[in-house]
Design a protein around this ligand. Structure first.
Ligand code: ZN
Length: 375
């Protein structure tokens, strides 16, 4: 049986080989011919190298053909997707409770795609007796009720996003709200569901009930717990005791900072290192997590603390007490800050366990940005 099958197979191979050789011969003949005929035909052969030259850039100068091909290709893409066309708008929050008399709040607008040419926007309120919005997106509460504030792309008016705004009288006392606990499987939530869980209440942003402060989400200057919130203070003292039992000495270098002390700290860093460098390790006033009263800088804030026995103990154990390493290694693109082994944030034991367990930064975990509004 196998012998019978092999013979015709071998014959087929030989036939194929002959065919291939014949085709190659014809090909070579053609190539030689066109080579002698100088430039004219072969557009298919020249076109790809020209494109590659254009793409890899350095050799630009030479060919006029390159420029033509380039513009032609661009023109074709233009027809498919006009430049400046915005295809979507993402906001930093979609629900807000604004108190009458409070300063305006402004959602950060992220137009998609990022390189859209014309990102101009138009703002409007569905009921100006409830809330008004200016041309930059500053929303101010006017009278009790609920309305919708909409931002529309000027270049593509079909694309818009909305914030549902509830306006209430200012409460007599403002207290730090109780810490939430994970109520839903964050991992099973869709991105849209997560977005709807971003609430701004009295100028303070909560994602699934967890207060968030970063380069996108500021705190009002009036927010002042006056120190670490009691829950966080208790947790820190429990953690210190546990560390001490392990022979590790931890202390709070600094925790709560008021808006105004942050003004001077950030200002000092800017004059010393320049704003760009300062933005990588120090928050602008209003954007400092230290204002939450849930943040502690442990022992010696600075790169020298990284890799110490204390830093290692902290990383390994802080979640048990409700803290997370807020700016983990290699997460600057999400958090907006370089690695800080000493900066911990209280989120409660349950959140700390799931966030730390995920290996994600807080921004990735909650799918929120951390970018200063200016860009
Ligand atoms: Zn810090």
């Amino acid at each position: 049986m196998p012998k019978k099958k092999k013979r015709p197979a071998r014959g087929l191979y030989i036939l194929l080989l002959i065919a291939v050789l014949a085709m190659m011969a014809v090909g070579i003949a053609l190539a030689l011919r066109s080579g002698s005929k100088v430039p004219v035909p072969v557009p298919v052969a020249t076109a790809p190298p020209v494109m590659t030259t254009a793409a890899t850039a350095p050799v630009r100068a030479e060919t006029t053909t390159a420029t033509t091909t380039e513009t032609e290709t661009e023109a074709v893409t233009e027809k498919a997707l006009p430049p400046g066309m915005v295809s979507g708008i993402r906001l930093s929050f979609y629900h807000a409770t604004v108190y009458i008399g409070d300063p305006a709040i402004m959602p950060l607008v992220l137009m998609e795609p990022e390189d859209a040419f014309d990102k101009s926007e138009r703002w409007e309120s569905s009921d100006e007796s409830v809330a008004v919005v200016d041309e930059s997106g500053n929303i101010t509460g006017v009278g009790e009720g609920r309305c919708i504030v909409r931002v529309t792309s000027m270049s593509n008016p079909e694309v818009y996003a909305e914030v549902i705004v509830t306006v209430e009288p200012a409460p007599e006392y403002r207290t730090t709200p109780a810490m939430s606990t994970p109520s839903r499987e964050t991992t099973t939530m869709t991105v849209d569901e997560m977005r709807k869980d971003i609430n701004v209440i009295g100028g303070i942003t909560y994602v699934q009930g967890v207060m968030i402060v970063n380069k996108t989400y500021p705190l009002p200057s009036s927010y002042n717990p006056g120190g670490l919130i009691p829950e966080a203070a208790q947790a820190f003292s429990d953690m210190r005791a546990a560390a001490s039992a392990d022979g590790i000495y931890l202390f709070s270098h600094s925790d709560y900072r008021s808006h105004w002390s942050q003004v001077s700290i950030y200002g000092n860093y800017c004059s010393k290192y320049g704003q760009e460098a300062a933005d990588r390790f120090s928050a602008r006033a209003g954007y400092s997590e230290h204002q939450t009263g849930m943040t502690v800088d442990v022992n010696w804030p600075g790169d020298a603390f990284n890799g110490t026995a204390e830093a290692e103990w902290l990383e390994k154990n802080c979640a048990k007490y409700g803290f997370i390493i807020r700016y983990p290694r290699d997460k600057e693109e999400y958090t907006g800050y370089k690695y800080e082994s000493w900066h911990i944030r209280y989120v409660g034991k349950e959140w700390a366990a799931v966030i730390t367990g995920s290996g994600l930064s807080m921004e990735e975990f909650f799918n929120v940005p951390s970018i200063y509004p200016e860009g």
